[in-house]
Design a protein around this ligand. Structure first.
Ligand code: FES
Ligand SMILES: [Fe+2]
Length: 393
């Protein structure tokens, strides 16, 4: 079913390739410049988008074994994700029930008990409070009432989504709008986590805009990716999530063949964005890999940071392949830092100069248009109406 959808996409990319066309919006869209720096709006984006929607916080590969965990900050919330003894993934606020200390320092690791660094209360990967230090002196406490605060969490397609609002009623699978079925074709659940690196960027939407068009590729990235890549994209959406393909006559050789004869790996090329802050792109240095760009707003509207999570289909088997993989990942850090985000940081400084009231998204920049539409919609949608935005079918 999902592969059939991928083939449909390839056929549309082929049709556009033959016609020399691409997907286009009906008109050019203007976005007010203050959307990128207004503090009130930014606060609303934090509360109504990042604190309300499921976020892709981790990959199965980072927590492959029972007892593995990942501690991280997401939109200012400290989160602890665990894999329990029976293999289930759980997520919690990374906060001790005693006086609120951060339980685990940021990073991935393995632990069958999480012991607080402040007064040594300890918790199981299920979030249960299992031991209170000097319990007799502390006083009577019902341990069952003082576990970690759980967060809604879903592991699908080898990826892990967490909602930062403990009381969220939004069904994560519903939010994914069927997109996870396509992402599952990568087989990430069996991939290897090579490494993660961090890049500092401008306002989160300035940064994310750059993941939603190919228009800039042969210009901004001419010295790194080159110019052959073209500047045309086709946009395929599932709810707020958008995949970008490209017009491509290369698919002609598979036309008329059975589903099984279309190469899945190639069908998955292009960019897979996951609203509101993820972009997944494929690479080949050192073996098949993806860079999962996980973007978070920084402490101010003008800043963001991006975790580049590198997953590989296979762990590099030789020193030479490992070297190649490392070079690939350093190269991508360079491209994003020195080309995309350097451009974004300088662009950001212009936005509040009073010189222009709007920026423009062309008919060929449909990905960015849809993204900003979703941001606007979310800011206008009440908690009660939120699930209705993601009803499928
Ligand atoms: S704050 Fe964690 S044990 Fe005291
Ligand atoms: Fe770029």
């Amino acid at each position: 079913m999902s592969k059939a959808q991928l083939i449909e996409i390839a056929k549309k990319d082929l049709a556009h390739g033959r016609a020399g066309t691409q997907d286009q919006a009906s008109s050019i869209v203007k976005i007010p410049v203050e959307n990128y720096f207004d503090h009130t709006r930014w606060r609303q984006e934090m509360d109504l988008i990042f604190k309300r929607l499921p976020l892709l916080l981790a990959t199965t590969a980072e927590l492959a074994e029972a007892g593995n965990y990942k501690a991280m900050q997401a939109a200012g919330v400290q989160v602890l994700i665990t894999r329990t003894r029976n293999g289930e993934v759980k997520a919690f606020v990374n906060m001790c029930s005693h006086r609120g200390a951060r339980l685990m320092a940021e990073g991935c690791g393995s632990a069958h008990r999480f012991t607080c660094p402040y007064h040594a209360w300890s918790y199981s990967p299920d979030g249960d409070l299992v031991a209170v230090y000097s319990e007799e002196q502390f006083g009577d406490i019902d341990k069952a009432e003082h576990g970690l605060t759980p967060l809604p969490c879903l592991e699908k397609a080898g990826l892990i989504w967490v909602t930062l609002d403990p009381d969220s009623k939004l069904d994560i699978a519903q939010f994914l709008s069927g997109y996870d079925g396509l992402l599952a074709e990568f087989g990430f659940k069996d991939w290897y986590h090579h490494s993660t690196q961090r890049v500092e960027g401008p306002n989160w939407k300035v940064a994310y805009d750059g993941y939603l068009d190919y228009y800039h590729l042969p210009i901004l990235h001419r010295n790194t990716f080159g110019t052959e890549i073209g500047n045309k994209a086709n946009y395929y959406s599932w709810g707020p999530h958008t995949h970008m393909g490209r017009p491509d006559t290369g698919w002609a050789e598979y036309e008329g063949l059975d589903e099984k004869d279309w190469p899945t790996e190639q069908l998955l090329m292009g960019v897979w964005t996951i609203f509101p802050h993820i972009s997944i792109a494929s690479f080949a240095g050192g073996g098949r890999s993806v860079m999962i760009s996980q973007l978070f707003p920084g402490d101010t509207p003008e800043t963001s940071y991006t975790n580049q999570i590198f997953l590989m289909e296979n762990k590099p088997a030789t020193e030479a392949l490992e070297q190649e993989a490392q070079e690939q990942f350093k190269f991508l850090e360079y491209v994003v830092q020195e080309e995309d985000y350097a451009t974004g940081i300088a662009l950001q400084k212009n936005l509040d100069a009073g010189a222009k009231s709007h920026v423009l998204f062309g008919k060929n920049e449909l990905g960015g248009q849809r993204f900003h539409e979703w941001v606007d919609t979310l800011l206008e949608t009440s908690d009660e109406d939120l699930p209705k935005l993601f009803q499928t079918g």
